[in-house]
Design a protein around this ligand. Structure first.
Ligand code: IPM
Ligand code: MG
Length: 477
């Protein structure tokens, strides 16, 4: 296989950093089979039943390479009836030199990966469009093949197929190598349906549980150039903020039973959420966090509430015990209230922060603000490792932002960086991931700013829209 310098000639893996857990019922097939039918979307009967069918999330065969793009953007190889055929029908802006390199690649040796792209609601589709654009530019340069198949989820799923996670979407996820996710949830529409059917629970939490995505990695980085976007005074930012939040994602209060609201007589009700963790659940996420710390600045801060919660006591005990396997990593423990305060006072003391599910939800948003904007925070939710591949779910942490949806205002960087995490953690394409991260840094260094990271006081900065930011990053890959 030919590859550009700086890209992975052969996909690399750093799977020794990840625990082996059961594979969630899919074959780990690396080929281009999703293109066989010539359709981008699983068309199961359930999909056709909807009475509210909308075209918003219908796949477009014309836009197979970027189903989220309204204009043609074709270039690539289509798998037809199990055979590869070249399809060179390029209306994209990729430089000719890169196109020629791709044509030169011996196709049969090119690694191929199947991605389920679930854009969801609000700003999801527009930031997903930019991430796919950047992935396509990276694919051109680095010589691997991505089969990207779109499917509806969230309110888009409810509108097209009657539920937040349509069966066909779930089936697509199961036969894919990774899920690239946008965001789901439109709070204004919530009152229309029971809470169990709302996208957050019926799609997002269900996918996390269904695929055993217990390890959520949220890297927060404040680039020097964005110091103005950090709410902290410059002297608190030190030499820059660089924190990895490792959040347990399938346990704790989100999933513990019982979980209900019940009548207790006299017109009163009682709400019950149950926080529950087992030793193996704590051990496996602790291993992930220690291994990540080993590859970074070798410091791990474990968050708990051991002064009040039984869960906190067990958490601290188990993390301490697991820590004995990692003598090079300095471990300290913090109560969650103090941790929240320390993040504001002295964020530079943190390297890796390990949290249970709910504390991680809260602290990762707080940490994201330090990185300049929630629109900059990517995440990887990892589950099974099978040989050299880890099944993963990659999403920006920022949510649907319905107030700015469809206005070309959203920052696509969190989605683009999530795509980079996918290349690294699920496909072992470390150089390609680094190329995307470097391209993001280059666009920022060139002064491109979406509204959330723009300051009129910054000289040389240009306020740009979602599309222009994506174009700049794709061009820099
Ligand atoms: C997140 C989100 C979700 C969570 C919501 C949307 C259910 O806040 O991924 O951080 O609480 O986990
Ligand atoms: Mg959250």
């Amino acid at each position: 296989m030919r590859a550009e310098a700086g890209c992975d000639a052969v996909p690399q893996t750093d799977q020794e950093n990840l625990p082996v857990v059961p594979w969630p019922g899919k074959g780990c097939v690396i080929d281009g089979r999703t293109g066989g039918s010539g359709t981008n979307r699983p068309g199961e009967p359930e999909e056709q039943k909807s009475s509210h069918a909308s075209n918003q999330n219908q796949p477009s065969q014309q836009n197979r390479d970027n189903p989220f793009e309204s204009r043609p953007h074709h270039f690539g190889i289509e798998t037809v009836a199990g055979k590869r055929s070249k399809r060179i029908q390029c209306a994209c802006k990729i430089p000719l030199s890169l196109r020629i390199k791709k044509i030169d690649c011996p196709l049969q040796f090119m690694k191929s990966f199947n991605i389920a792209a679930l854009a969801g609601d609000g700003i999801g589709p527009e930031v997903m469009r930019e991430a796919v654009k950047v992935l396509r530019a990276t694919e051109m340069k680095c010589g691997f093949k991505l089969e990207i198949t779109e499917a509806p989820v969230g309110w888009a799923g409810i509108d097209t197929a009657g539920k937040a996670l349509p069966d066909a979407t779930l089936a697509l996820c199961k036969r894919s190598d990774a899920i690239l996710f946008g965001s789901v949830g439109l709070p204004d529409r919530d009152p229309m349906i029971p809470k169990e059917e709302r996208p957050e629970r019926a799609a997002l939490l269900r996918i996390r549980k269904e695929f055993g995505l217990f390890a959520n990695l949220r890297p927060v980085k404040l680039p020097k150039a964005l110091a103005h976007a950090c709410p902290l005074a410059k002297e608190r930012q030190g030499d820059g903020i660089d924190i990895l939040v490792v959040r347990e994602l399938t346990g704790g209060m989100y999933f513990g039973q019982p979980k209900k609201i019940e009548d207790i007589g006299g017109g009163n009700r009682r709400a019950i959420d149950t926080m529950v963790y087992t030793t193996p659940e704590i051990e496996r996420i602790a291993h992930i966090a220690f291994k990540a710390a080993q590859l970074r600045r070798k410091k791990l801060t474990s968050i708990d509430k051991a002064n009040v919660l039984e869960n906190g006591i067990l958490w601290r005990e188990v993390v301490t015990r697991v820590g004995r396997d990692y003598p090079a990593v300095a471990l300290d423990h913090m109560f969650v209230d103090n941790g929240a305060m320390q993040l504001m006072l002295r964020p530079t003391q943190f390297d890796v922060i390990l949290c249970e599910n709910m504390f991680g939800d809260i602290l990762s948003d707080e940490a994201a603000a330090l990185g300049g904007s929630l629109g900059m925070l990517p995440s990887a939710s990892l589950g099974a490792t099978n040989g050299s591949q880890t099944f993963g779910f990659y999403e920006p942490a920022g949510g649907t932002a319905p107030d700015i949806a469809g206005k070309d205002l959203a920052n696509p960087i969190a989605q683009i960086l999530s795509a980079a995490l996918m290349l690294r953690h699920s496909f072992g394409l470390n150089d390609a991931a680094a190329a995307i991260e470097a391209a993001v840094a280059a666009a920022i260094a060139a002064g491109k700013r979406t509204g959330d990271i723009f300051s009129p006081d910054e000289s040389g900065a240009k306020r740009v829209g979602t599309r222009e930011m994506g174009d700049a990053i794709a061009a820099a890959v």
